[in-house]
Design a protein around this ligand. Structure first.
Ligand code: SF4
Length: 361
């Protein structure tokens, strides 16, 4: 049973405790304008806030930092990004996963540059009309970039609120209740700092496994701490086990070192990304679908990779072909310009695994 607001504190108590804590302990993040700089009059750049929020979906701050630096060095404004080639952006994104985000990133940049004169809308509703911006991201950008009192809900916030109010309903059923709590607690004064304070609290103190309640700025308000169940919350409905899909990837190396790659269809998993030609990925044993009629070497190796909804076991087939060989599909990329790092992670794993297993090595 949820305790709702029986914790006995007023709606503004969490913000009153969190904002002074944030002023002292805000994480330094490359896209963030910290409390001191804000007080000195600096304002967040909506482009950087938006880019960071898209990159952070399903990914950690540690994984995003380098990508963020590379993107902003190469494309410092939304207009610059809008003018980039699709393939360049997809290649820079490689390794971050969830590639639909990269395609929507470009679409969104082009809408902001083309329809809004390079200026992001400054309201939640306006932001939600842009490609790739859902309710969470719109709220986060509205709060962080424009200091709007938007209720920002991510995994960190859900965890903090579940504990603060000892919400025992498991996620995802508890989401509406948590959202209602978030809306009530969001202050009109410094809502952007408040949103980031809750995120920071979840990331640094109210962590999933062992919350550091002894140094928590809202410890005196927290129902889960009082009842000793903090580490058990939020409860979660058990997930169904993921199925396993099987596939074959065909790696071809030409005598001059060029490699055969194929751009995947825009729709679907890894859409628009470069990869090795291959079969469909399904739960049944895959039917051979080689991109060239040449002798194929089976090195007995397979890549294992986990996507959001399934595990993949990708068997490798390798071939070494003469320089005049013509593929049925895909294109040869010269070795000098082929960057394994510009492939999605599963394809890079296949390349790494193939090294030392080529038939002629
Ligand atoms: S007191 Fe503990 S459980 Fe409660 S919000 Fe703080 S860190 Fe989280």
């Amino acid at each position: 049973m949820s305790q709702g607001f029986s914790g006995g504190f007023s709606d503004d108590a969490p913000a009153a405790a969190l904002l002074p804590w944030y002023d002292r302990h805000a994480r330094a993040l490359p896209w963030r304008v910290g409390p001191d700089a804000l007080a000195a009059g600096e304002r967040p750049d909506p482009y950087r806030v938006w880019l960071s929020e898209i990159m952070l979906q399903q990914t950690t701050v540690a994984a995003v930092r380098d990508y963020f630096h590379r993107f902003t060095a190469r494309w410092p404004t939304v207009t610059a990004l809008a003018e980039a080639e699709d393939a360049e952006v997809m290649a820079e994104w490689a390794g971050l996963g969830y590639y639909a985000r990269a395609r929507n990133l470009l679409k969104c940049a082009r809408v902001v540059a083309g329809d809004h004169g390079g200026i992001f809308p400054d309201t939640e509703d306006g932001l939600r009309d842009l490609p790739g911006i859902g309710p969470y991201t719109a709220a986060a950008i509205a709060a962080i970039a424009f200091d709007r009192p938007a209720a920002v809900m991510d995994g960190n916030v859900e965890r903090v609120l579940s504990r603060l109010f000892a919400v025992e309903t498991p996620l995802p059923a508890s989401k509406p209740e948590l959202r209602a709590l978030a809306e009530r607690l969001t202050p009109n004064t410094r809502p952007g700092c408040y949103a980031q304070a809750v995120m920071d609290l979840g990331a640094t103190i109210c962590t999933p496994k062992s919350p550091a309640c002894g140094i928590c700025p809202v410890m005196s308000l927290c129902a889960a701490r009082r009842t000793g169940i903090a580490a058990d919350l939020p409860r979660k409905t058990p997930k169904k086990p993921k199925p396993t899909r099987l596939g074959i990837a065909y790696l071809v190396r030409r005598e001059d070192g060029a490699v055969l790659l194929e751009t995947r269809p825009d729709k679907g998993l890894l859409g628009g990304m470069l990869g090795w030609p291959g079969t469909d990925w399904a739960e049944d044993t895959p039917q051979d679908a080689p991109p060239m009629d040449v002798p194929w070497h089976d090195p007995g190796l397979e890549v294992r990779h986990t996507f959001t909804h399934f595990h993949l076991r990708l068997a490798l087939r390798l071939a070494h072909v003469p320089t005049d060989a013509t593929p049925d599909r895909g294109e040869f990329h010269p070795r000098a310009t082929f960057r394994p790092a510009s492939l999605p992670t599963v394809m890079r794993k296949a390349w790494d695994l193939a090294q030392g297993a080529w038939p002629e090595d």
